[in-house]
Write a new protein. Structure first.
Length: 208
């Protein structure tokens, strides 16, 4: 008899701050690294302790929401293909002007999502698009819409899900799909977009 697959929850960001952060080092005169006791910051690909992956296709489901548009635009600042799934046809042209490949359809239809997400590595899911006033013909509840999203992107081959919303993503995921959840109530729109880009760039989510 086949054993059931293990399931897991998303890592929630931003992570809680440490209760007792270490005191800041006293800054000394002179350029960083020249006897000042301070090392210059190293960020981006190649930074110690972080592994980054080559840019692979990513889709933003709900890119016709205000936050979704900002996230999609931020993702285009890097190399790699960015796709968007929207319901509102009028939102497509501004996204295409940014070089984004846009699919228009019903966000509650798992087959629509699967077709648009074919062979992506990452899927960014905007919770607002599962609960706002748009038409959703294939699901009767918020939870059913989210379930259709997960089904669609996983069957399309996605290996990573980034969930963006004020609440954690409902349900769980099968092992083999990485997941991070960004708390949109704790960050500004720009910070959410930057965090989505940062997490999508990582080689794995175990080393955030």
């Amino acid at each position: 008899m086949d054993l059931p697959q293990r399931r897991h929850q998303c890592i929630r960001y931003p992570l809680p701050a440490t209760r007792n952060p270490p005191p800041a080092k006293k800054r000394m005169s002179g350029p960083p690294g020249a006897g000042s006791g301070e090392r210059p910051a190293i960020t981006g690909p190649g930074a110690p302790g972080r592994r980054y992956r080559p840019q692979m296709p990513v889709i933003v489901v709900g890119a016709d929401t205000e936050l979704g548009r900002e996230v999609a635009a931020a993702l285009t600042a890097r190399d790699g293909e960015v796709r968007a799934f929207v319901t509102d046809p009028s939102s497509a042209d501004p996204l295409r002007a940014l070089g984004i490949k846009v699919a228009v359809g019903d966000v509650s239809d798992a087959s629509h999502i699967e077709g648009a997400a074919h062979d992506v590595f990452s899927a960014v899911l905007l919770s607002e698009a599962a609960s706002d006033d748009r038409e959703r013909s294939f699901a009767a509840s918020y939870e059913e819409v989210v379930s259709a999203w997960k089904q669609g992107v996983i069957e399309a081959g996605a290996k990573r899900i980034l969930w963006i919303g004020p609440e954690p993503m409902p349900g769980s995921l099968e092992t083999g799909v990485e997941c991070a959840s960004i708390d949109s109530s704790a960050l500004s729109a720009g910070e959410v977009a930057s965090e989505a880009v940062r997490l999508d760039d990582l080689a794995d989510l175990d080393n955030p």
